[in-house]
Each structure stands twice: as C-alpha cells, then as structure tokens.
Design a protein around this ligand. Structure first.
Ligand code: CP
Length: 341
C-alpha cells in the first residue's frame, strides 16, 4: 500500500489506509521498537492551547526514539502574526511566513494546530488558514486540529470504538451538542460524524435549532454513509435520537445561525443550559451505551459527574488511544523505505 505524504483528514486516506493505521496502533499497545524513529524530529506549532495533542505526540515520538520540539505564541518567541497583508506595527515581531519554514527546516515532520477563528463560517469550512500554513512547509504535515478537521482525534476514536466492540455496521452513535460557555469550532462534531459514517455506523446528529452543521459537513458524511451502508440523520428530539444508541458522543459548537456574531451566539447558547448530560439521557439507550467526549470537558456544565465518573465513560480510553494511533501515523510518515512495514 502506498505511503501517505500528510495526515490532514481521514476521508482523504481512504478506508484501507485507516485500517492499516489501526492495525499498527493496536500492535503498538503490546510491542514496539523503541529505536524505530531514532534521530527523527517532530516539530509542533500550537497556535491554540492543547493538553492531549501536545503531550500524546511527545509521548508517541519518545516511545519510538524520536524527539519533539514545541512552538507556541505563549512561549518566549517574538509573537506570531498570522494575518495576511498586515502592517506589523503591533506586538508580534514575527510572521508565520518566515517562522513556519524556519521551524520546518529543523524537523522531519511538522504538526500544526490552527483552530477556527470563528468570524466567518465559509472561511472556516474552507480551512484556508491551515492550508496556507501547510503550503509553507516542505516536509510532511500532521493536522493537529484545524478549523474544520481533527483527524488525530477521529483516528483515536475509531480505535476506541473498536476496542469497546461497538458494532461497525448497525451500530448507532448519537453526536450531541451540549451547552458550553465558549463558542467552540465545528471540527470535532464534523469529523466525528464522518468517521462514524466511514465505519458504516448509523449516525444521529442531535442539536437544538440554530446549531445545524454546515452543508459541507452533512453532505460529506451522508455521501460516505451511502458507500459504507451507514446512515446520517439529524434531529432536535432527544428521546427519539437516543433510542437504542450504542454511543453518546458529546461536544459543544458555536451556532451556525449566529456564526461570527459573538453576542447573539452567546445569548442563544445561554437559553440552552439544560443541554447537560445526566443519567436520564441513557433511559432509552442500549444497555451498554458508552459516553464519549474528546476532552477537555467542563464538569457540571457539559456533563454531570454521575456520568463522567461512571462505567459508561470512555474518555480516558479515548485520550490514551491518541498516543497509539499517533505512533502509527508518525511511523507511516517517517519510516524509511528500508524499514519493513
Ligand atoms: N482532544 C484534544 O485535542 O485535546 P487537546 O485540545 O487538549 O489537545
């Protein structure tokens, strides 16, 4: 099977490559060569905060003998300007146009986090900011979450679903909006429904009115489901959505209706504080329905402790699987042709 040149989103990899990565990730749980990527360097550029992505990539690289360095605007660098065509007479004394090629020249692979700016839905859906930064790199690029994709999370979540024996064909996943005080991006819900559709699952998007996801996200998931034998529907009816669900995957995102209008979006969300998961959400689900969340999660706001601390919760498994799946991605991008697959 041919090697990938970048890790941008699961859809462009195709099913066979995803299966290949999952197989390697599974085997990394029990054995791996601690010198497999000796001498290789991973550069990471975090334009936004992270805990799991940052640390799991460092751990992934360390376990196979490679090393990592991290750059973020909060460090003692010269500030980092991202706007095009700007006169740089403000705080930042460095532009990504010079910084990114310099960082990339020190490494064999680069991971970039550049989240949605949240001003314009069409701009964020186009992923223009990430694609522009990527064009400045002449080494393989890993998307560590962009405006519209989070492939590292989705690959780990696919493995977590497999680990929990959630059926691929016929399994039902409900991806639900919940209340959160901040306007979060559409990357995780969009990629989660697409990942589940790739897996052949029956997907229900549960969201209040005004929080529909973009046509790009919904059409892409529906087209994929049509090929895999899955399905994608959306509703604001919680009881109907959760009936017989095998998985409840929770995430908040900013309103599509009021996208870029921060006050209107906040007012709309403030009316929906009761969208907080408690045990009652599981009354009509499958007996073994699991709770998933990509983290970080706000306890008592998005979900109550009674769920998060219960046997239903898969959040630690999801976080741990970030490391194993990323070991597979790094191996795919960095191993030399002389090394066996
Ligand atoms: N799930 C996830 O990407 O977590 P971080 O934002 O902490 O990296």
């Amino acid at each position: 099977m041919s090697r990938i040149k970048r890790f941008y989103e699961l859809g462009e990899l195709g099913h066979n490559k995803v299966e290949d990565l999952l197989k390697k990730a599974k085997s990394s749980e029990t054995s791996f060569n601690p010198r497999r990527l000796e001498g290789k360097v991973l550069a990471t550029l975090f334009l936004n905060p992270s805990l799991r992505t940052l640390t799991s990539f460092q751990a992934s690289m360390a376990r196979v003998g490679g090393s990592t360095f991290v750059v973020s605007p909060e460090m003692s660098i010269h500030g980092l300007e991202t706007m095009d065509g700007i006169v740089m007479d403000g705080r930042a004394a460095e532009h990504i146009r010079e910084a990114v090629p310099a960082i990339a020249s020190y490494a064999d692979v680069i991971g970039i986090r550049a989240l949605a700016k949240g001003f314009n839905l069409a701009h964020d859906v186009s992923d223009a900011d990430f694609i522009e930064i990527q064009s400045l790199c002449d080494i393989p690029v890993i998307n560590m979450e962009s405006a519209i994709h989070h492939p590292c999370q989705s690959l780990a979540d696919w493995k977590s679903l497999d680990d929990m024996s959630i059926p691929r064909k016929g399994g039902k996943i409900v991806v639900s909006w919940v209340y959160h005080p901040d306007p979060l991006s559409h990357s995780v819900p969009g990629d989660t429904i697409h990942m589940a559709a790739m897996r052949g699952m029956n997907v229900t998007l549960l969201r209040p009115s005004g929080f529909e996801l973009s046509n790009y996200i919904m059409d892409r998931a529906r087209e994929t489901a049509a090929l895999t034998g899955g399905s994608v529907v959306e509703t604001d009816d919680r009881d109907e959505a959760l009936k017989d669900a095998n998985v409840l995957y929770v995430r908040s995102w900013m309103s599509s209706e009021d996208y870029g209008k921060k006050l209107a979006d906040r007012n709309r969300r403030n009316e929906l504080r009761d969208w907080c998961v408690d045990h009652s959400w599981f009354k009509h689900t499958h007996d073994n329905c699991r709770f998933m969340h990509s983290l970080p999660v706000r306890r008592g706001v998005e979900v109550l402790d009674e769920v998060l601390d219960s046997r239903l919760s898969a959040v630690t498994l999801q976080a741990r699987n970030r490391m194993y799946t990323q070991m597979a991605v790094l191996d795919e991008l960095l191993r030399t042709d002389k090394q066996s697959s």
